[in-house]
Design a protein around this ligand. Structure first.
Ligand SMILES: [Zn+2]
Length: 320
């Protein structure tokens, strides 16, 4: 048999070695990525100076905690940020607001126990607010199969359009989630007024003009208040502006305001001018102003007297 030329023999010898080396490099890269993400989520990396002038004033009795699980608006994939989601933690239970991509992942690797979710509230059915919902419910099922604890429990799901639940349910039934998990998922339609009262936590809804609306038809986009232990959180949802959420602002400790459709400094100036600045103006659902020009936004916000503000990132926590 004719021997292969030396160069070819060398290549044949080296190629498996090169492949192993590549896999090792990939492993190192992934480990570094995981470490970075873990550090960030554990808040070991301090928020950048430009992201807040809050100075920790929101540290209160500690009975209510907000976990930011996704801080981005519906952009293309954005390094370091995922679409919008946050959870209010109280008395060992999680009350979820919006469910953008990867919210289950971010919460789990942050150390939250997804089996303690009591309710999930969706502001509207755009992908940056609901894209992570099937995966979130699937992950609860997965954790329950490994760890138990969900038998006989109910997760209540509040939606502005129940067709979204039909779609998510249909998708889940085609996955290994199965059609009959050991816990119940109970869908509820959101309308203006009380969404739920549970264990001293009251959540109310007020429609926004983010989605087109015709007379006589149900509203499909909402903002919310969440009140407990004398503290009040207002979440704008996606909003057409100040007039949408102004009726909710009395006694507001934290206003979670979207910036996907608004300039943060304009929002802040209006609130101050109206005498309605909240205890903390916390921005999330970021659009191009904050994603592309954070330093400029910091300068503008810092120039507004009497305003406490914070630009939120994934993994951030606010204690009330
Ligand atoms: Zn959005």
């Amino acid at each position: 048999m004719k021997k292969a030329p030396p160069a070819e023999r060398a290549r044949a010898f080296c190629s498996p070695l090169a492949k192993t080396l590549e896999q090792k490099q990939d492993k190192v890269r992934w480990e570094a990525f995981d470490r970075g993400l873990w550090d960030r989520l554990q808040n070991k990396m301090k928020p950048k100076a430009f992201e807040t002038n809050d100075n920790g004033h929101t540290k209160g009795s500690g009975t209510v905690r907000i976990h930011i699980l996704g801080s981005c608006s519906g952009t293309e994939p954005m390094p370091g940020r995922h679409h919008t989601a946050f959870a209010v933690e109280r008395h060992g239970g999680l009350y979820w607001f919006d469910a953008g991509e990867c919210c289950a992942y971010t919460a789990h690797v942050s150390g939250l126990d997804l089996r303690t979710i009591r309710r999930i509230v969706i502001s509207h059915t755009h992908m940056d607010h609901i894209g992570g919902l099937p995966h979130l419910l699937w992950t609860v099922g997965k954790l329950n199969r490994r760890l138990g604890g969900m038998d006989g429990k109910t997760i209540r799901l509040h939606l502005p359009d129940l067709r979204a639940w039909d779609a998510v349910n249909a998708l889940l039934s085609l996955t290994e989630f199965g059609s009959s998990p050991p816990f119940a998922i109970e869908p509820h339609l959101i309308e203006d007024g009380t969404v739920f009262e549970e264990d001293g936590l009251t959540v109310t809804a007020l429609h926004t003009r983010h989605l087109a609306h015709r007379e006589g038809e149900p509203w499909r986009a909402f903002g919310f208040t969440a009140e407990a232990d004398g503290k009040k959180i207002v979440y704008t949802g996606d909003t057409a502006g100040y007039e949408d959420y102004a009726p909710l602002l009395d006694g507001c400790d934290v206003l979670l305001h979207e910036t996907g459709h608004h300039h943060p400094a304009d929002v802040a100036r209006r609130l101050v001018a109206e005498g309605r600045a909240p205890g903390l103006l916390a921005f999330l659902h970021h659009g191009r102003d904050i994603l592309d020009h954070p330093e400029e936004q910091k300068t503008l916000l810092s120039a507004i007297p009497g305003l406490r503000w914070r630009i939120l990132g994934d993994g951030d926590v606010i204690d009330l």
